[in-house]
Design a protein around this ligand. Structure first.
Ligand code: ATP
Ligand code: MG
Length: 255
């Protein structure tokens, strides 16, 4: 048992969730490693939601509400870390969930589907054999559901790989992502990047969708139009630079 007073308590609990997800066949080995890259950036951010992330969350909520066919893409890490939140978001927007794996095996898909259903999901896409194949540059060709990502105008793909994000953009999709690394190709290729831990961002996105859902369309469009992803990412990097600069001047009090 990790005591709650431990300075890394939250972070260690998140690791535990992923390890359990791995043991249950939901999380891929590479998913564990990808989490490590995310954690390092979270440490630099101070493990909190910064104002730039809040701005992206508002723009993401408005975009998802305005979308005609929004879809939420779920991979192993997302399913293991925020199953309740992703199911709630799916019902709230509403937007179907589609299982979309980099390391795609029938067994993992079945396990993730069952896991999501245990957390209240009713329909889960990306399961059947008649998926559509879209070309990708370097990785395996990806398969998407004709009723889901294939026909979507807006795709929410948290914790996605760069090649796949770029492929979605080439298909003309509006891409919304969550990525702790403001310099990753996914962060830079997406239309809206929430630089925050999915564990903190998902509940905040739910809150934002609830707040904005009944607002008039033109107000939502204003939020979307005023958001500049490139500028926001540069501001995140500036935030990191400033934080490191402050730390370099004073006695190290990290958290
Ligand atoms: P890219 O392919 O976009 O250039 P990458 O190859 O560095 O990035 P991937 O493993 O393809 O990284 O994608 C995983 C991304 O998810 C990483 O950028 C990582 O920082 C991020 N990530 C991992 N865990 C979390 C988390 N809990 N919350 C938010 N982001 C996360
Ligand atoms: Mg990658």
């Amino acid at each position: 048992m990790i005591p709650k007073s431990h300075p890394r308590y939250e972070s260690l609990m998140i690791r535990e969730k992923l390890i359990r997800g791995f043991e249950r066949g939901i999380v891929a080995k590479a998913g564990l490693i990808a989490h490590g890259r995310g954690e390092a950036f979270d440490y630099l951010l101070g493990e909190k939601t910064i104002p730039e992330a809040m701005r992206a969350i508002e723009a993401a909520a408005a975009t998802l509400i305005l979308a005609k066919h929004p879809v939420i893409s779920v991979n192993g890490n997302v399913a293991a870390l925020v199953p309740d939140e992703i199911v709630e978001l799916s019902k709230l927007i509403p937007a179907p969930l589609e299982i979309n794996l980099f390391y795609r095996t029938k067994k993992r898909i079945e396990k993730i589907k069952k896991h999501l259903e245990e957390h209240g999901a009713s329909t889960v896409l990306g399961i059947t054999d008649n998926l559509v194949t879209i070309p990708e540059l370097f990785s395996e060709r990806r398969k998407v559901d004709p009723e889901g990502i294939y026909k979507a105008d807006v795709v929410f793909v948290p914790l996605e790989d760069g090649d796949r994000t770029e492929a979605l953009r080439r298909m003309g999709k509006i891409v919304v992502t969550v990525d702790l690394n403001p310099m990753s190709r996914t962060a830079r290729a997406a239309n809206i990047t929430i630089v925050d831990n999915i564990v903190r961002a998902a509940p905040l996105l739910i809150k934002a969708v609830k707040k904005l859902k009944r607002r008039p369309e033109n107000e939502l469009m204003k939020i979307v139009n005023e958001f500049d992803n490139d500028l926001n990412l540069r501001n995140v990097v500036r935030y990191l630079r400033e934080r490191l600069f402050q730390l370099s001047k004073s006695r190290m009090q990290l958290m």
